[in-house]
Design a protein around this ligand. Structure first.
Ligand code: GAP
Length: 446
């Protein structure tokens, strides 16, 4: 894709997500706060739906994976043991001698400042941990850090889960939560931010099975994105070179998506070996080994799947955002405008059903529509909308990806049925009001 087109699509997404209530810049009325974003009314629904799908797939659909929700603030000793306070969790920072802009060295294509062409300084190591203080006195003994990855909360609870759940290897622990990194160059909208959400699963296994499980989880995770509607050709698995591996990893494969600004990582699958449990054992003095049924004692290996909830959301928006020149052919008040459709998996759509009275000045029609809305909202995310022509209202729902629109019209009053319109095919069918709930449930779960 040409550079201009890429920026175009990214700019369109930024303004679309703001206009329709998906993503807002943090602290916008104060001029914004660099690299932090807020999810608006539709964004939070979409992100919650993504997290719900991940949680269901990783925990409920696997008999041997359980979930936890660990604290963001942890003992600073955790970060000594994990290696995050040392050079291992640092990026190389360079500064332009002319305009003084700072960049991550590994993300630069040339050895010149990308903003003004100036000469760059020698790289300096920059640790990404966000420091804070706990308690009223801000001295060294009160320092702790906002977690940079959720998985450490899992490792320090390995023994608790093992014992309380009477778990046996192989088994997994899943967690969704906020992580924080003092990124040098946050950029590309919500792609790289200083506060983000991770969906991580740590699979504990016998070292001899680690390679086999690595392949299994890589395939599972690729398929998750494909099942959610990401085209195969927009996804790839990229092996990390040995000399680029993170300090904890024996092997790492990035799942990458073809964003408007190039191929970028959306999830990492890592073989962390015994690094984490062994180091937490050493630093805490607790035995974090496992004894199998044959009496063999060893430190389990960990295969990790580490996805970003914000990046998954961004991926789905990039994939689903479609502009149709001249509009689609349906419609009573066809205009020649560009029409936007968010072609997103029905299960993930922030609004599942829009209930639309054909006219707003006929009380029997609006009353029936509101009754249908009240009946359906108990089970599905619904919107009621009576303003504007019916064609405009369909367009507004298509734009936010609502899979089904229900229209209550004059026939409804006689026949007790409504039209049910499908976002993708725009086909309409008459459905009895009494059968609506079951019908929509089947459509959304098929
Ligand atoms: N526990 C391993 C770990 O954290 P990572 O590759 O550093 O591995 C995993 O991060 C995922 O977390 C990434 O693939 C991405 O989806 C998300 N992520 C990491 N840094 C991020 C950032 N600054 N902004 C948004 N998402 C980020």
């Amino acid at each position: 894709m040409a550079k201009k087109e890429e920026n175009n699509l990214l700019n369109k997404l930024v303004s679309f997500t703001k206009r329709r209530g998906f993503v807002f810049q943090s602290s916008e009325i104060y001029g914004g706060f660099s690299s932090c974003y807020d999810f608006g009314p539709l964004g939070v629904e979409l992100k919650n739906n993504i997290k719900k799908e991940w949680w269901k797939k990783m925990t409920r659909m696997h008999d041997n994976i359980v979930g936890i929700d660990a604290s963001v603030l942890m003992s600073p000793k955790v970060w000594e043991a994990s290696g995050h306070l040392t050079a291992g969790f640092a990026d190389e920072l360079v500064e332009c001698k002319k305009c003084h802009h700072r960049f991550r060295k590994d993300l630069l294509e040339k050895n010149k400042c990308p903003d003004c062409g100036g000469e760059l300084t020698n790289p300096k190591k920059f640790n990404l941990m966000l420091k804070t203080f706990v308690g009223p006195v801000e001295d060294d003994s009160a320092i702790t850090y906002l977690r940079p990855e959720t998985c450490q909360g899992i490792y320090v609870n390995f023994k608790n889960v093992l014992q309380s759940m009477r778990a046996k290897l192989p088994f997994g622990i899943a967690q969704i939560g906020k992580s924080f990194r003092n990124e040098i160059t946050p950029k590309d909208f919500i792609f790289r931010t200083r506060e983000f959400e991770q969906m991580e699963m740590q699979w504990f296994c016998d070292p001899k099975d680690a390679d086999k499980f690595f392949e299994y989880w890589l395939e599972e995770r690729m398929n998750w994105y494909i099942k959610l509607g990401i085209k195969k050709e927009n996804l790839r698995a990229k092996e990390t070179e040995k000399n680029e591996l993170a300090h904890y990893a024996k092997r790492a494969v990035d799942i990458e998506y073809k964003f408007p600004f190039g191929w970028k990582e959306i999830e990492g699958v890592h073989n962390r070996g015994e690094w984490d449990l062994l180091n937490h054992s050493k630093h805490s003095g607790q035995d974090l080994s496992y004894t199998n049924d044959e009496g063999k004692k060893f430190t389990p290996y960990i295969i990790e799947t580490s996805a970003g909830a914000d990046r998954a959301l961004f991926t789905l928006l990039c994939e689903g955002f479609k502009e149709i020149e001249g509009g689609r052919t349906e419609t009573t008040d066809s205009t020649k405008e560009v029409e936007t459709v968010l072609d997103i998996n029905k299960k993930l759509a922030p609004v599942k059903i829009a209930v639309l009275p054909l006219v707003k000045n006929k009380e029997e029609i609006t009353k029936t529509a509101k009754e249908i809305f009240d009946m359906l909202k108990v089970h599905f995310d619904c919107q009621y909308d009576e303003s504007g022509s019916i064609g405009r209202r369909y367009r507004r729902q298509d734009e936010i990806g609502t899979p089904y629109c229900i229209t209550v019209d004059f026939e409804t009053l006689d026949n007790k049925d409504v039209t049910l319109r499908d976002r993708d095919t725009m086909k309409q069918e008459r459905v009895k009001i009494s059968e609506l709930g079951g019908k929509i449930f089947n459509l959304l779960t098929s």
